[in-house]
Design a protein around this ligand. Structure first.
Ligand SMILES: Cc1cc2nc3c(=O)[nH]c(=O)nc-3n(C[C@H](O)[C@H](O)[C@H](O)COP(=O)(O)OP(=O)(O)OC[C@H]3O[C@@H](n4cnc5c(N)ncnc54)[C@H](O)[C@@H]3O)c2cc1C
Length: 407
């Protein structure tokens, strides 16, 4: 039998998933050791990534007292628009008000990942059941009948072992735990990459709302508003296969792309840019004995539809409730297989399927198919019943309801 000090969950990675999992476990009196490679000096220097938080995620943030800290730092965005860049016109507008009977949060909150981890980290730092180890590198683990032993390199550069009952990988896509377990990360990587340009310019004066998906046979894009500071918009464009990061981020190239998208008669004020590779992958297994994968370590997808971080946070809460029930002695470890069945189903049938389709719709080249897609979006947005069904799916409420039905 394990001694008392090992009666804990070891969580690797203080990203949104690791932090939410730790807070949700600690809220249910399960002790956690949370390992993070970054430290107070560089934790907030991570590149811009997720930021659209769907209603189902806001409900979960609220459960751990995080929502009220995020709302003042974000933008409440009830609407979502689809545009046709080729024709220069709005195709469809969806209003989350159709979800008013489905959720207390009938809107998305535009609030960047970096603010989420900053606020969640503050909560984790003061929680007596969370032993937070910053500047600590996880290097590997072993497991046996009673528990797990994680090996880390501490801030002094010494190798240390930590004993726990379970270990969870919230390490992100490069998960050491997934690789150590030999779990395949099945799927594919798109040959084009995505260019993100951050611009200080108010696109609302041209009719855009806070979240816009723009279809175009040559150069689709996404356009999102962020509170900052500084207040800014993110514009995504695909890159060509042979373009290097340097070529595509030259100031004149960024300016050209923006002017071709929307000529404004003066230079855009560009405040940043980055290029990223887009993968569509799901781990073959989410659990092996006492080691469990959650978030990007278990699944990655294109950001079109904002499902990566959201579905990872949903993994975290699903898993926290099951681990807490195990610690209370109410259920046995077999419940973790249900976690895998539920969340792998969501990753494949929702996050993967929807983001792959979203990209296909935005990039469609066949004029007849484009017309049909646009017509369907327009009809859906104009019929309240169809619009609600569309939003239940896009806001991930459906995915949680469906997972609940899986035994
Ligand atoms: C441009 C872009 C836009 C996106 N937009 C959205 C969006 O709008 N909505 C959405 O839902 N998703 C979006 N995503 C996806 C989203 O960013 C990820 O799904 C999310 O950050 C995953 O969270 P995570 O906690 O699993 O992993 P991560 O956020 O990657 O965090 C992993 C943490 O683990 C730490 N770590 C890693 N290895 C070790 C180690 N060996 N030892 C110790 N610590 C370690 C890292 O330092 C990090 O803090 C976007 C992604 C990109 C690239």
């Amino acid at each position: 039998m394990s001694d008392k000090s090992s009666e804990r969950v070891i969580v690797i990675g203080a990203g949104p998933v690791g932090l939410c999992l730790s807070l949700a476990l600690a809220q249910q009196s399960v002790r956690v050791t949370l390992i993070e490679a970054l430290n107070d000096d560089n934790f907030l220097e991570q590149v811009p990534r997720a930021g659209t938080n769907h209603p189902a995620t806001l409900e979960l943030f609220d459960r751990i007292g995080l929502y009220k800290l995020l709302e003042p730092r974000g933008i409440i965005a009830p609407k979502l628009q689809y545009w046709d860049r080729h024709e220069g016109k709005l195709i469809a507008e969806f209003d989350h008000k159709h979800l008013k009977d489905d959720t207390p949060f009938p809107y998305v909150l535009q609030c960047e990942r970096i603010k989420i981890v900053e606020e969640a980290m503050k909560l984790a730092k003061v929680h007596p059941d969370i032993d937070l180890r910053l500047s600590t590198n996880f290097t590997g683990f072993t497991q046996d009948a009673d528990g797990v032993t994680a090996t880390v390199v501490n801030p002094a550069g010494e190798t240390e072992t930590i004993r726990g009952r379970f270990i969870v990988s919230g390490e992100g896509a490069r998960s050491i735990i997934r690789k150590d377990l030999g779990i395949e990360f099945e799927g594919f990587t798109y040959s084009d990459r995505t260019l993100n340009i951050e611009v200080a310019y108010d696109f609302r004066q041209h009719g855009y709302t806070e979240r816009n998906y723009i279809s175009d046979p040559d150069e689709w894009s996404n356009l999102f508003h962020w509170l900052g500071p500084p207040d800014r918009w993110r514009v995504h464009f695909p890159t060509k296969e042979n373009e290097t990061d340097e070529e595509v981020q030259r100031p004149e190239v960024l300016q050209q792309k923006l002017q071709a998208f929307l000529p404004i008669g003066k230079d855009f004020e560009i405040v940043g840019s980055n290029v990223y590779t887009v993968h569509q992958r799901v781990a073959q297994k989410f659990r092996s004995g006492r080691a469990i994968l959650a978030g990007d370590s278990a699944h990655v997808n294109s950001p079109i539809g904002a499902m990566g971080m959201n579905s990872g946070v949903h993994d975290a809460f699903n898993l926290a409730d099951k681990l807490a029930a195990i610690f209370r002695g109410q259920v046995d470890d077999g419940v973790l297989d249900r976690y895998e069945r539920q969340r792998r189903h969501v990753a494949i049938q929702h996050s993967q399927a929807d983001t792959i389709r979203n990209k296909r719709v935005l990039a469609e080249k066949d004029p007849a198919v484009r017309r049909k897609n646009h017509e369907q979006l327009r009809r859906t947005s104009e019929d309240p019943k169809l619009a609600r069904a569309f939003l239940l799916r896009s806001s991930l409420i459906d995915s949680i309801r469906e997972a609940d039905q899986i035994q």
